[in-house]
Design a binder for this molecule. Structure first.
Ligand SMILES: Cc1ncc(COP(=O)(O)O)c(C=O)c1O
Length: 377
């Protein structure tokens, strides 16, 4: 059974091998320690309603691409928050608040991180202020408000919302829970990355197949670096790490290309909103500059079609709800396989067990519906 007509024409925008690649477990665990990773699993697995998210198989796609397995970690089922982000922000809130009840949590967000922080604050009965830019959809704002947080809209882009969040938090003594690290703001982002590593802890128990390749979406790189830390701790064999970005926001690819943290200019926002970032977070940079084998970028062109293929069982026997940020791993895998040179370069073949992270479900309900109808045209 063929997954879908036309996918054999899909192309990557860019492909870059990392000349500085060396995967060293202890180097990675220097930035997010083994203890931090173990503690995050211990805490989060004790939360009410915790359940490992499904590790699905995209069998129709693997047949089409002639691979051994394509696994899909379905984060649409994460704590009813519909995104892996539930693991990060909420965990950081728990650690930062240290059981105190009289503190106020704040954060700036493009959507899912803020939702996780708001949910984490509600779990612990804490007040919460979430700052969003003018580009964050009303539908995402509604989801954040559901958890009782106050949402403050700021004119301009994400950076403007972060500046305002920092300014007001300093003035009012609110505790900022941000997922982006800088040289002097590391602990909270490390906690969020540790939270994300749980996906790998779960996978290490969900299959006894050795994963050979992981396609990891990146915005500022927190999710990718958290997963890499999980790999360093929990996997017996190290798979190839492929970083995936929208071509309009390829800050990881550009940083790895020039071997230094690069701030890029985003001319037009990608439909993959959570990944539309112009600069990497500091700790993820330290990790990914060594641990990623290659970086790829893709356009928005096939996002809607991929959302439909997931939903309409074109890739697997079950219908999967995957939002816009769940698609680029699949699009990149297809793009790499369509080019015999890139396929060979990363040694993708009939023995490969590929892992794709289905980062989110219909976290933005309105956009998800629009993508379904666009992709079916
Ligand atoms: C919904 C969503 N938001 C954000 C991101 C980016 O995460 P990070 O900024 O940690 O790289 C992703 C995936 O990469 C995602 O799927």
């Amino acid at each position: 059974m063929k997954s879908s007509k036309g996918i054999r024409k899909w192309k990557l925008t860019n492909f870059l091998l990392n000349r500085n690649y060396v995967f060293n477990r202890s180097y990675v665990l220097k930035f997010v320690s083994s203890k931090l990773l173990a503690n995050s699993y211990k805490s989060i697995s004790g939360w009410k309603n915790y359940k490992a998210t499904p590790l699905l198989k995209l069998d129709k796609l693997k047949n089409d691409l002639k691979l051994n397995n394509v696994f899909y970690k379905d984060e649409s089922k994460r704590f009813h928050l519909k995104s892996f982000k539930a693991l990060g922000g909420a965990y950081a809130v728990e650690k930062i608040s240290k059981g105190k009840k009289n503190i106020i949590i704040s954060s700036a967000t493009a959507g899912n991180h803020g939702r996780s922080v708001a949910w984490g604050a509600k779990r612990l009965d804490l007040k919460c202020k979430i700052f969003v830019s003018q580009y964050v959809s009303d539908s995402r704002v509604k989801e954040i408000k559901k958890f009782g947080a106050e949402v403050i809209r700021v004119k301009g882009d994400y950076e403007n919302s972060l500046d305002e969040c920092k300014k007001l938090s300093k003035k009012n003594n609110w505790k900022i829970v941000q997922d982006v690290a800088t040289k002097d703001y590391k602990l909270v982002p490390q906690l969020t990355m540790a939270g994300y590593s749980i996906m790998i802890r779960e996978i290490s128990k969900q299959t006894n197949q050795y994963i050979t390749h992981i396609f990891l979406q990146a915005g500022v790189g927190g999710m990718a670096a958290g997963v890499v830390a999980g790999v360093a701790k929990y996997f017996k064999r190290i798979p190839k790490i492929i970083i995936v970005e929208p071509d309009r926001a390829d800050c990881v690819l550009q940083s790895i290309k020039s071997n230094k943290l690069k701030k890029i200019k985003i001319k037009k926002e990608s439909i993959m909103g959570g990944m539309s970032c112009n600069e990497m977070s500091y700790i993820p940079w330290q990790i990914l500059k060594k641990a990623s084998n290659c970086c790829v970028s893709v356009s928005d062109r096939h996002v809607a079609k991929t959302v439909v293929m997931l939903k309409d069982k074109k890739l697997s026997k079950n219908s999967i709800i995957g939002g816009e940020c769940s698609t680029p791993g699949i699009i990149s895998l297809i793009g790499v396989c369509n080019n015999s040179k890139t396929k060979k370069m990363i040694e993708l073949n009939e023995k490969s067990n590929v892992l794709i992270i289905g980062c989110e479900g219909n976290a933005d309900v309105k956009l998800y519906k629009q993508l379904l109808s666009k992709g079916r045209k």
